[in-house]
Design a protein around this ligand. Structure first.
Ligand code: 9MR
Length: 469
């Protein structure tokens, strides 16, 4: 009785509040002892956590599916409906119909939503696959901004960037068209997401990052540590946790969870499934999460085995007929037994979108000494993609009748507008007159040839013009 009432109250609170308030509303109810939840969501909530599942829009008309969904889960992740190919099938034309079906269903049930995913090398629409360089960077940032803006206030956590690191022992970034726009593409995406939806937690999400000793895990850890040290707005790390015989659960998983958490980010298990669904392994995963205060939620990647992307491995908690498996009982028991370390009442993201550009790059009093003066004349044009509160600008610099060995342009922003990041150019200043100079790889511009760079900003840019200095 108490549980049912509590769950109703929590669901109502979830429906009414944003992501930041979600944790706070849960914290009021946190017991430090064993509990007796009868569903995954209610039991996890008693421990200050959520229990979610991936949802496919086309299954919402399946009554058996939605019965389990509504009964057991208090968080959902659209399995494919928020991916880039689904939301921006033609450049600049956004479709949210299927994603909205899931979001609306979740909201009507008081479930929170994980957004998946804003920037990824896979499931790019054809137009994006064919892009590169600053045009792709601009398109990616615009995509992040438009989608996160559309869903502002409705998403508890976004997988801003998905699967950007290479498999194997290199510890390197994965090669992709996005990576080739410059190593800063990930942080640029996070900044754009923060500006678009300051209330959503922003996660980096990846697979095979469960084993603490793996190079890929260490590489993601180092990136998150670097982001935290430089003030890049990141709030959480998603461990997909697709476990199978080739990539098994290992006992150092808890070390991985706690090590990421120690960096000052939440940790979320985002796509859990385990080959053949061994009850002991499912139990261990839940116990590991409950042992780490900042592991604040678990999502399984589908409801019934027949819903799984790996259905032949029967990796989920419900049979194809909708019956609870032994793994289900183990998960529920672990949720009810554990959780002596409830998560802290997580405040909303601590880094609000800058109203002015980040303070780390004050305008130098003199231009950077490293860039020699341009060797020939140039002209420059600016195109601006404006949305409420922010913009992306693309700048084309064209050499005159002589080739350039270097170039510089200045752009004067109206009052209230500020640059937050730039790509394919060095930048001096962030408001008023901002100066952009070549980077190494675009210093040489042949006579009559054009290079492009871009920048993102807050405020209203209006019509910008660029002057070659
Ligand atoms: O489960 C998703 C499946 O339906 C899609 O066909 C596939 C396409 O890439 O993506 C699956 O979900 C993936 C998720 O988006 C990212 N991590 C790996 C998941 C399983 O492939």
């Amino acid at each position: 009785m108490r549980n049912a009432k509590w769950r109703a109250a929590t669901k109502a609170a979830l429906a009414l509040t944003g992501a930041g308030a979600l944790a706070a509303s849960m914290a009021i109810f946190l017991p430090g002892t064993a509990s007796a939840g009868t569903t995954l969501g209610a039991s996890a909530a008693e421990k200050g956590r959520y229990f979610g599942t991936a949802v496919a829009a086309n299954r919402l008309s399946d009554g058996a599916y939605t019965t389990i969904l509504n009964r057991e889960f208090n968080s959902v992740t659209p399995e494919n409906e928020m991916k880039i190919d689904a939301t921006e099938p033609q450049q600049g034309q956004f479709t949210f119909t299927n994603a909205d079906r899931i979001v609306n269903h979740a909201r009507s049930q008081g479930m929170s939503v994980r957004g998946h995913t804003l920037a990824w090398h896979q499931q790019q629409p054809g137009w994006m696959q064919n892009m590169s360089g600053s045009a792709l960077r601009q398109a990616m940032l615009n995509h992040v901004t438009q989608v996160a803006t559309y869903y502002r206030g409705k998403i508890a956590a976004w997988d801003v960037v998905n699967e950007a690191f290479a498999d194997g022992s290199s510890g390197a970034r994965r090669d992709s068209n996005l990576q080739r726009t410059g190593n800063d593409w990930i942080e640029a995406a996070f900044r754009a997401a923060r500006a678009a939806d300051p209330g959503a937690k922003l996660c980096y999400n990846d697979y095979n990052t469960d084993n603490w000793t793996h190079a890929k895990t260490q590489a993601v850890y180092n990136m998150v540590r670097d982001f935290k040290s430089r003030g890049v707005p990141i709030d959480c790390v998603g461990l997909q946790s697709h476990f199978n015989n080739d990539s098994p659960y290992v006992s150092n998983y808890r070390t991985t969870l706690s090590s990421f958490a120690a960096l000052g980010v939440d940790v979320q298990i985002t796509e859990l499934d385990i080959q053949n669904a061994p009850a002991n392994t499912y139990r261990a995963v839940v116990e590991d999460c409950l042992a780490v205060p900042r592991c604040n939620g678990i999502t399984v990647w589908g409801i019934r085995d027949s819903d799984s992307w790996r259905s032949e491995q029967s990796p989920l908690l419900f049979t194809s007929g909708g019956a609870k498996k032994a793994a289900y009982d183990a998960v529920l028991a672990a949720l009810n037994a554990g959780g002596t370390t409830p998560p802290p009442t997580t405040a909303p993201p601590t880094t609000p979108p800058p109203t002015t550009a980040p303070p780390t790059t004050p305008p130098p009093t003199t231009p950077p000494p490293t860039t020699p003066p341009p060797t020939g004349s140039c002209t420059a044009t600016v195109s601006v993609n404006q949305w409420p509160g922010g913009f992306v600008a693309n700048v084309r610099v064209t050499a005159g009748s002589s080739a350039l060995n270097s170039w510089a342009t200045t752009i004067t922003l109206p009052s209230g507008a500020a640059v937050t990041n730039a790509w394919s150019a060095n930048r001096s200043g962030n408001s008023g007159t901002v100066r952009f100079t070549n980077v190494d790889y675009n210093s040489q511009v042949g006579a009559g040839q054009t290079i492009e760079f871009g920048f993102q900003g807050t405020g209203t840019a209006g019509n910008l013009s660029a002057t070659c200095a």
